[in-house]
Design a protein around this ligand. Structure first.
Ligand code: RB5
Length: 154
């Protein structure tokens, strides 16, 4: 995973900037689609942009930050193919990749500090999906998505 999309709302400008620089120093390409202003900015805009980039393959993974990580992850999870998990600690972040094959990680700039955010991102980026029985369960999640779009077509 080398190319990442990052997005945020007004509450997470500083954290986004710091994380972007941190990841670029590690050799990742980081595409910023979030706001760089502290003026009120609706989190669904960034959630959707990052999710579309990941779902379309323009980015290998995504990072989303708002005040809590909740709203922005809800928005991202509306995009087909997205599994975005809100994590406030590294254990869940690691398992979200190993077991759930998360393709976007989210957290709250008003919930955790920058050092915890770095640790969460590191664990997530270094983890690998384990497949096997976890694949079956992830497939079941994605089947729900498929069923929903078929119902919409009826
Ligand atoms: C913005 O005030 C806040 O609602 C947003 O950053 C986020 O926490 C929403 O889930």
């Amino acid at each position: 995973m080398k190319k990442l999309a990052i997005g945020n709302d007004h509450s997470a400008v500083e954290m986004k900037k710091e994380l972007k620089a941190y990841l670029e120093e590690k050799g990742y390409e980081v595409i910023n689609v979030g706001t760089d202003s502290t003026e009120s900015f609706p989190y669904p805009v960034s959630g959707y942009k990052v999710a579309k980039m990941v779902a379309s393959g323009q980015a290998d993974g995504g990072i989303l930050i708002c005040g809590t990580g909740v709203g922005i992850s809800l928005a991202a999870n509306k995009v087909k193919g997205i599994r975005c998990c809100v994590c406030s600690e590294p254990y869940s972040a690691k398992l979200s990749k190993q077991h759930n094959n998360s393709n976007i990680i989210a957290f709250g700039a008003r919930v955790i500090g920058i050092e915890m955010a770095k640790m969460i991102v590191d664990e997530w980026l270094n983890a690998e999906f384990m497949g096997g029985r976890h694949q079956t369960r992830v497939d079941m999640i994605m089947e729900i998505e498929e069923k929903q779009s078929l119902e919409g077509a009826e």
